[in-house]
Ligand binder design. Structure first.
Ligand code: FPP
Length: 259
């Protein structure tokens, strides 16, 4: 059920000076550690996920304030089906509740929702909710919130290869036309720039089948906190680390180049 609020969760003008002056355009979040956060407190895992949604709201709001234009969140992976049925069902219900409770406010705040991942084996009502969120917000331009749900990067790449093969077989595409740019157009993330910064909480240092293609030149920041603890200051600390990195994209250092 949605609760009337006097202030919006998401409505916030971008700050005139978002801080470092070098805000990443696209940040991707691996929201890890909900279970461990709960276990440390003797709480059920569900409570960790519920508090994880609150951290997610803080993250979306902070992203808008910090001048980030694209935020991708890893909400449910293709591999998460291996969890106990009750936990899978809790995560599905949290997504339902998040969309039902927050969609209007996300829309009012000018946030566009885009969903990546496999929809075919999701419950029909979840598929409808995701479509509704995408349709309602499709013309918004302040921030793109890309929700990775039932998402796995290897599966996404295989799907793209299948679509390309079908276009070649149908005579619509010449094999010689296949290059990295064209391939990217067949991924779920088509039209969204690659992430500049990938943040993972909980101290684990791996990608876990998230945006493998798209993160080719991303910077990685691993935070030693669990996802429910993530807040504006954690976000700023990650961005400060990002701003101190020298991104070369396979070329020479911009810091060594003469002005
Ligand atoms: C990892 O914590 C987190 C997830 C598997 C799901 C992330 C989900 C949320 C933040 C809340 C749901 C949000 C939406 C929009 C549905 P973990 O359970 O793997 O933690 P652990 O590694 O400590 O067990």
């Amino acid at each position: 059920m949605s609760h009337p609020q006097t202030t919006s969760r998401y409505q916030a003008a971008p700050l005139s000076d978002p801080g470092s002056g070098a805000a990443p355009r696209h940040v991707a979040l691996i929201m890890d550690g909900n279970g461990r956060w709960a276990a440390k407190r003797g709480l059920p895992r569900f409570e960790g996920h519920r508090r994880g949604v609150e951290a997610l709201r803080r993250a979306v709001r902070a992203a808008g304030e910090l001048g980030i234009l694209y935020l991708t969140i890893y909400s449910f992976s293709s591999e998460n089906w291996r969890r106990p049925e009750s936990e899978v069902s809790d995560l599905m219900n949290l997504l339902r509740r998040f969309v039902r409770d927050d969609l209007a406010q996300l829309h009012e705040a000018g946030i566009r929702i885009k969903v990546i991942g496999e929809r075919g084996n999701l419950a029909p009502d979840i598929r409808s909710l995701l479509e509704e969120a995408e349709n309602l917000t499709r013309d918004n331009g302040r921030l793109v919130l890309q929700i990775a749900f039932n998402y796995g990067s290897r599966q996404e790449i295989a799907r793209a290869a299948r679509l390309i093969a079908a276009d070649v077989a149908g005579g619509r595409l010449a094999p010689d036309a296949i290059n990295a740019d064209l391939f990217a157009d067949y991924l779920d993330t088509a039209g969204v720039p690659d992430p500049d910064l990938v943040i993972r909480t909980s101290g684990e240092q791996r990608l876990s089948n998230f945006l493998l293609w798209q993160s080719a030149y991303a910077e990685f920041v691993f935070l030693p906190i669990h996802w429910p603890e993530f807040d504006r200051s954690s976000f700023e600390a990650a961005i400060a680390q990002y701003a101190s990195r020298d991104r070369r994209f396979g070329g020479t250092s911009s810091k060594e180049r003469p002005l």
